[in-house]
Design a protein around this ligand. Structure first.
Ligand code: PLP
Length: 423
């Protein structure tokens, strides 16, 4: 679609001047000369994280040594951070822990959900064997589900659908779990969580949600949607740091039945009794497994603190304004170039990113990165731009599009660009 925009850079600066989130940009370390549009993959560093890392390494570890498990609250950190994260996803205190990776947490949630179904007194429910998800889901989610299904055997399998419209058929009498990623990592398509959870429940299935591209990006109401389990990343929109532990949500109504095979000592009722035989603790601690990377875990708090100074509604309003602006400017200023928007225009179906295809998407993205505009590339031919309202300005959007236009107009990209290991 071609549009003609009458907006100017001065209009963007005026929007920045009115932006209620404007002051929060100063809470992040952003290198000069960089427009960072990849906070959906690795969030920028909260400035506070440096001092916090120094404190954990120099004082808590260096001086206080093993006492810090108690005195610095290391042992309680997964739960304390979970309680702080809970409001961002519509969960309650005591229902979230920050721990392990998203892949592992998904494994736990799926295993628990399958077990709840298999333990049903209703033989037809107990006989349900499929995990339904989308072929376009993030690969690790599908790999973990397939790995679990193969490990279980007994007819368990993953059923992949190619379009949202096919979900209604796929969630049939054999479906045990509907496992979906709320916002698609490639296209930015946002599912209707409440509607699809209702569909799953109406058909007798449980609904497991991956919030990797949603937490900190869009308002979430897990309880309102009556979701069953959820997992998500802290290193994307939550700015927790590279490889920071992920989170898992187990609502109170499922905690007593929450059982998974990764029965490590951190989920034991009395971990320091060093007892023979596993006995699960009560509550959300059941979702824990073993000792956590404390240095990394501690830094997650610096990201969460920033969210407490605003609201997800304010973040969402700016996110939609930023993505609308980016789409409008790209379609207007880069008209005539073979760019195709793959992100929904409809606000309700959009996450906090805008993705465009280009036949030389990888090469164009490399050229953008070379000019200081950092987005990323995802197969096939998709240039992905993430918008993080806490630190992205409207002028950033203007400048990024101006650079994209210049690269496209002058064909200043190398179509033989070598792929890096991580794109
Ligand atoms: C980013 C992402 C992950 C990452 O999983 P890790 O275990 O942290 O590597 C998983 N699922 C989805 C949908 C993601 O977007």
């Amino acid at each position: 679609m071609t549009t003609t925009s009458t907006l100017t850079r001065a209009d963007c600066l005026a929007r920045d001047a009115r932006d209620p989130l404007r002051a929060l940009r100063a809470r992040f370390e952003l290198p000069p000369g960089i427009i960072y549009l990849d906070g959906n993959s690795l969030g920028a560093r909260p400035k506070a994280a440096l001092a916090r890392a120094q404190e954990v390494v120099a004082q808590e570890w260096g001086q206080d040594l093993i006492k810090s498990w108690n005195s610095a609250g290391w042992f309680d950190l997964p739960k304390r951070l979970g309680d702080r994260l809970a409001p961002l996803v519509g969960a309650q205190a005591g229902e979230v822990v920050v721990t392990d990776s998203t892949s592992l947490n998904l494994f736990k949630a799926l295993a628990a959900a399958l077990q709840i179904q298999a333990a049903s007194p209703d033989p037809q429910t107990a006989a349900r064997r499929t995990i339904v998800t989308e072929r376009s889901n993030f690969p690790t989610d599908i790999y973990m589900a397939e790995g679990l299904a193969q490990w279980l055997g007994r007819g368990y399998r993953v059923r992949l659908v190619d379009a949202v419209e096919e979900l209604a058929d796929a969630v049939d009498a054999n479906c045990a779990v509907l496992m979906l990623t709320h916002v698609n990592y490639r296209t930015g398509y946002q599912h209707d969580m409440a509607g699809l959870t209702r569909l799953a429940h109406a058909r007798g299935a449980l609904a497991v949600w991956d919030l990797a591209h949603s937490a900190g990006a869009v308002p979430l109401d897990l309880h309102g949607a009556e979701a069953d389990f959820a997992v998500g990343c802290t290193y994307k929109y939550l700015n927790g740091g590279p490889g920071a532990p992920a989170f898992i949500w187990v609502p109170r109504r499922h905690q007593a039945a929450f059982a998974h095979p990764l029965t490590g000592w951190w989920s034991h009722a009395q971990p320091f009794a060093m007892a023979h035989g596993f006995a699960a603790c009560e509550g959300i601690g059941r979702a824990l497994c073993g000792t956590q990377p404390v240095v990394s875990l501690a830094l997650v708090e610096c990201g969460l603190e920033v969210f407490e100074e605003t609201s997800m509604d304010a973040i969402r309003a700016k996110s939609l304004a930023l993505t609308d602006l980016f789409i409008e400017l790209v379609e207007s200023h880069c008209a005539g170039h073979p760019l195709g928007l793959v992100t929904p225009r409809e606000h309700a179906r959009r996450g906090s990113q805008a993705s465009f295809t280009h036949p030389h998407g990888y090469a164009v993205m490399q050229a953008l990165i070379g000019r200081g505009v950092i987005g990323d590339y995802r197969e096939p031919a998709i240039m992905r731009f993430g918008f993080t309202p806490l630190y992205t300005s409207f002028a950033d959007v203007w400048d990024a599009v101006a650079i994209l236009k210049d690269i496209l107009d002058s064909q200043a990209y190398d179509i033989r660009a070598e792929r890096s290991a991580v794109t």
